[in-house]
Ligand binder design. Structure first.
Ligand code: FAD
Length: 547
């Protein structure tokens, strides 16, 4: 008898989350021309990771150990042994940490984050890869050893972290007060307090924002540093005051970190810190997007499985039109989010060699990242809420995984910059960096090759009209309405993309999804004549879930 009860509680457990996810495989095929081999990870995500995340949330949260037995300060976080094993497996068995720096590329990495789903676990992987990315690109030879440990290119595995937020402001990084002073030995000393620090007590090295003493005020005065956990001569280099008591993301410890003359190594140029920070945030915002899609997908699998067995009014609930509509909406939200995320990933990958002041592709990538971060977070919140509702009363019980997915989804619009911040940054990318130009060119290019050029054209015209309208507003009006623009651009870009995917892949299915996005999500019109064939095709992921 298997020593697990999760299969009695869950409809998603035990499945291969990659093989069943036809849209994910199709999106990867669209961008890469082939499907990457993520079958092993898909099975691992559907079993070991799924069970671990559930157990850690309920029973095995990270524990902060402040003092060692010898009376020394250690400030180390103790993880569940299974969680440690999973982190090692992800790095070494499945090569996730190293993918962006090897053949797997960024698409493989973000697809892996999607498959993990759990935002606590994927946060640990993401902050590690973010740190590796910054050190790989801007760190220089002195920090190379850290890069290799973080990317899983050597043992033991290292964990990274990105600590920017302070008590006086997470959105307003320019308000950072942590100071940096250069020592006679060329090593910097940081003093300050980081108020939200994921990976605290785990990280071997953290990326930290600080203002060199006497530097200019605001965000442009920030520099970026690598802060190791241990000083060169031994002893703790930073302290963890406490861990936060959170509603979700339990698998990752998030703490408050005190930097007290902490040794730090400058990353890149002193006056370009804010550029590196924003670039690194792109890595995590895309991970947030991929992870949000993953959360929504897990909740969908739970809901779909439940709807097939639960009966009401003499029928399985999946046979009721309103339940079918809910499932359709959920699946369509997942698929447009997926399409937009990997489009942004493509552009990021194409500009990953860029450095400040960056190319127009980079600014376009940043624009789509803001749009995707918002769209995916909204989708995750909505899909997980509908999934919970579909479960009826038991959806509200902590013992079933579907409840956790909704709690987990709610972090996605907050961290890595709230939705308001994505909206403001979108305006900046659109107008100051002129990212609307490559956007419109790209939309026209995709429209010319679309499956249904008429629909793609209407969606593109809609996006243009919204942009013209925004451009004619006063700055205050534009800011007030920025979130509508963020959402509407998201849906209209997704329609064009899905039409392009349909044509490239020869899959009419994505044209059907585009029609629903356009009619139902963008124009808010009823879905007329929802043929069962089409609905079945979409909600079963083209039959992948029928096995
Ligand atoms: C679980 C968790 C883990 C985290 N881990 C990390 C980490 O590892 N490293 C790190 O650096 N940070 C981390 N954070 C911090 C997170 O990034 C911030 O909480 C987030 O960016 C918001 O900052 P804040 O909490 O200071 O809110 P504030 O910046 O005070 O914002 C409060 C509200 O005001 C809104 N707002 C602020 N300015 C504007 C404006 N100009 N226009 C419109 N609305 C505005 C925001 O949208 C928000 O709704 C973590 C947070 C959580 C919850």
């Amino acid at each position: 008898m298997p020593l697990t009860a999760i299969e009695d509680l869950s409809f998603a457990y035990g499945l291969n989350h990659y093989l069943l996810d036809r849209p994910l495989r199709d999106v990867l095929r669209y961008h890469l021309g082939r499907e990457p081999d993520l079958e092993g990870l898909g099975s691992y995500a559907g079993r070991e990771v799924y069970e671990l995340a559930y157990r850690v949330d309920r029973l095995s949260q990270p524990l902060l150990v402040t003092w060692g037995a010898g009376g020394e300060r250690v400030d180390r976080v103790w993880l569940d042994p299974m969680e440690r094993r999973v982190l090692e497996d992800l790095a070494y068995r499945y090569g996730v940490n190293g993918m962006p720096f090897r053949d797997g590329g960024w698409h493989g990495f973000y697809a892996s984050i999607n498959l993990l789903g759990d935002p606590g676990l994927s946060c640990i992987v993401t902050i590690t890869v973010q740190t590796a990315y910054a050190l790989w690109k801007y760190g220089g030879e002195g920090l190379r050893g850290y890069f290799e440990g973080l990317a899983g290119f050597r043992k033991p595995l290292m964990i990274g972290a990105t600590w920017f937020t302070e008590i006086q402001g997470g959105s307003d990084l320019g308000a950072n007060t942590t100071t940096a002073v250069r020592g006679g030995d060329g090593v910097w000393r940081l003093t300050g307090y980081k108020y939200f620090a994921s990976g605290a007590g785990l990280a071997d090295v953290a990326l930290v924002s600080a203002r060199p003493r006497g530097g200019r005020p605001g965000a442009k005065g920030l520099a970026l540093f690598a802060v190791p956990r241990v000083r060169r001569g031994g002893g703790l280099n930073y302290y963890v005051r406490r861990l936060k008591d959170k509603s979700g993301t339990i698998a990752v410890p998030t703490g408050e970190v005190e930097l007290a003359d902490s040794e730090a190594f400058l990353v890149g140029d002193l006056d370009k810190g804010i550029y590196y920070i924003l670039e690194d945030l792109m890595v995590s915002r895309l991970a947030n997007s991929a992870g949000a899609v993953g959360i929504a997908r897990k909740a969908y699998l739970e809901a779909y499985g439940f709807a097939r067995v639960r009966r009401a009014f003499g029928r399985r609930i999946i046979e009721h039109p309103l339940v079918r509509r809910d499932l359709l909406e959920m699946e369509v939200l997942v698929e447009e989010s997926l399409a937009l995320t990997h489009k942004a990933v493509s552009l990021f990958e194409a500009s990953a060699g860029d450095r400040p002041p960056y190319s127009r592709t980079y600014h376009y990538a940043r624009l789509l990242t803001h749009i995707a971060k918002n769209m995916t977070a909204q989708a995750a919140a909505r899909v997980t809420m509908l999934a919970m509702e579909l479960f009826g009363g038991i959806g509200f019980l902590r013992e079933f995984p579907v409840e956790r997915w909704h709690r987990e989804a709610l972090i996605t619009p907050i961290w890595e910059g709230t939705s308001n911040i994505q909206a403001l940054d979108m305006l900046e990318a659109l107008w100051r960096k002129r990212a609307y130009e490559p956007l419109l060119e790209d939309l026209r290019g995709m429209e010319a090759e679309a499956y249904d050029r008429g629909l793609a054209g209407r969606a593109r015209s809609y996006a243009e009209a919204r942009l013209r309208e925004a451009a004619s507003m006063s700055p205050r009006e534009a800011e007030f309405n920025a979130k509508y623009l963020l959402e509407d651009l998201g849906h209209s870009i997704a329609v064009v993309l899905l039409e392009h995917m349909a044509s490239r892949l020869g899959e009419e299915r994505y044209h059907r999804v585009a029609e629903i996005v356009y009619g139902s999500l963008l124009q808010r019109r009823p879905i007329t004549n929802p043929g069962d064939g089409v609905v079945d095709e979409v909600i079963t992921l083209s039959g992948s879930l029928e096995a």
